[in-house]
Design a protein around this ligand. Structure first.
Ligand code: ZN
Length: 483
């Protein structure tokens, strides 16, 4: 027997399709720390953080900051720029792990200030429950798998893409081969380019601070600057202007175990310049964890600044931007906002995420209109005897139902059935905690003339039935098997 219960309260689950940002036609309509993005290419723009990264550095279609293969996170905890191991790694989502017995690549507890001298504290810590970290939904962990959070003392993001992958400019600016990268400890005889093939794109000044995107471990630069400069022929310290989205390099393996892009976003002091010691890193993903961003504690992390809002302009960031009809915070199809942030057509099938609705369709970007019937598990019902410990006391209840022909006051005489959720031919149990206790009813008769005739459909077929008399009242219950 398969039982379908109509849920008394009609619920229509609706997903909010658009996280709307303020529409604008100029910067003056945005907050002080925002700019109007998209006025050139769009009818109207939207207000975004004053510094925004328009393009993801990995040049593959469909890759966004929110689905890229991520192998190591920017550590929000402690002084990551000095490569000094603390004892905790915190990702922008707030997912974190404290150094426990199982660490990778970090054989001994670092001792201050030894960690400054021996910059080998690139640690991976295992999740205490040995379950994977999720981060951006595509986190894999650098070496030991998704249940290891990588790395402690890490000043950027590592993206796991292979040698030869195109790297593109995140925003327009002046591309330079780096001489020094004090943040990552590259100061001395070798330039940062020589040692790690480090380059950066200086995006210039915004509200009194400089902004730059840093890339490590390129194979070589590629393409030409806006003035015709051959980028691969630049010497360390030389620069050339590049445009947003332009391929500027290929991914390599300089100074690392495996090919990957190490990517950082930094502010710098305009007087000191792009390679100065007072650079500060920030997380372009923003901070989505609960509580205060650890980067917001200057005493603990003087070389970073906290960004609550993400600075990526991208489909899937939950913010409506130029060229997007919607942005529901993901890049999934089938939820009325497509993987490319366009509205899915009215009437297309969607899932509103509610197990108690089915057959929903899109209407103007909203998923809804589904059936509001909640299918419960099949129940296997046992006739029961009261053990009288304590004895069930009869009680009166007022009942009405959708037939409307037998409403009134009934007496619950005694417990009659206990119904267990059951599997039928191997089906899955949806709600293992959901049971029914059914009580024998005594009350108003149902006149023969009033007996409703109904058609019901379940997993065994469709039948037509006549309701004869109320027999039991089944109420949701919990169950504990006695010893
Ligand atoms: Zn790295």
């Amino acid at each position: 027997m398969r039982i379908a219960f109509a849920v008394a309260t009609m619920t229509l689950a609706v997903l909010s399709p658009v996280s709307a940002s303020v529409a604008c036609t100029g910067d003056a309509e945005c907050a002080a720390n925002e700019r109007c993005h998209g006025t050139a290419g769009c009818a109207t723009g939207s207000c975004v953080p004053a510094f925004s990264l328009a393009t993801f550095p990995i040049g593959q279609s469909g890759i966004t900051p929110y689905n890229a293969a991520l192998v190591a996170v920017l550590d929000h905890k402690s002084r990551f720029y000095q490569q000094c191991c603390d004892t905790e790694i915190v990702a922008y989502t707030g997912e974190s792990v404290v150094r426990g017995a199982e660490v990778g690549l970090c054989p001994s507890e670092p001792l201050f200030p030894q960690c400054f001298v021996t910059p080998n504290c690139i640690c991976e810590y295992k999740h205490p429950d040995s379950i994977p970290f999720t981060i951006n939904g595509n986190y894999v962990g650098a070496l030991f798998g998704p249940e290891y959070l990588s790395y402690d003392g890490h000043a950027g993001y590592d993206y796991g893409y292979g040698a030869g992958t195109s790297l593109v400019a995140t925003a327009s600016g002046n591309l330079c081969k780096a001489i020094e990268d004090p943040i990552n400890g590259h100061v001395g005889a070798l330039t940062a380019w020589d040692k790690f093939h480090t380059f950066y794109i200086d995006h210039g000044a915004i509200d009194g601070a400089g902004y730059a995107s840093w890339y490590l471990h390129a194979q070589d630069l590629a393409g030409t600057g806006s003035g015709g400069e051959v980028l691969a022929e630049l010497l360390p310290g030389e620069c050339a202007p590049v445009g947003e989205g332009q391929v500027v390099a290929t991914l390599g393996n300089f100074g690392t175990f495996l090919p990957h892009l190490h990517f950082e976003v930094r502010t710098y002091d305009l007087l000191e310049g792009t390679e100065g010691f007072s650079q500060k890193g920030f997380d372009p993903y923003g901070w989505t964890g609960t509580g205060t961003d650890p980067l917001a504690t200057p005493g603990e992390n003087p070389q970073a600044e906290s960004r609550i809002a993400a600075t990526w302009i991208a489909c899937g960031n939950g913010r409506l931007e130029c060229g997007e009809q919607c942005d529901d915070g993901n890049t999934l199809d089938g939820d009325c906002c497509s993987s490319s942030c366009q509205l899915e057509s009215d009437g297309s099938i969607c899932d509103d995420g509610d197990d108690c609705s089915g057959g929903e369709t899109c209407l103007a970007g909203t998923c809804g209109g589904g059936s509001d019937v909640c299918l419960l598990d099949p129940f296997k019902c046992y006739k029961v005897k009261d053990l009288k410990d304590p004895k069930f006391e009869r009680s009166a209840v007022t009942l009405s139902d959708q037939f409307g022909v037998n409403d009134g006051t009934f007496e619950l005489v005694k417990p009659r059935y206990l119904c267990n959720p059951a599997t039928v031919d191997g089906s899955a149990i949806l709600q293992p905690a959901g049971h029914l206790t059914c009580y024998k009813l005594k009350g108003p008769k149902l006149d023969v003339a009033d007996r409703p005739e109904i058609e019901v459909t379940d997993g065994f077929g469709t039948v037509r039935l006549q309701a004869k008399k109320p027999s039991v009242l089944c109420v949701p219950s919990t169950k504990t098997v006695l010893p």
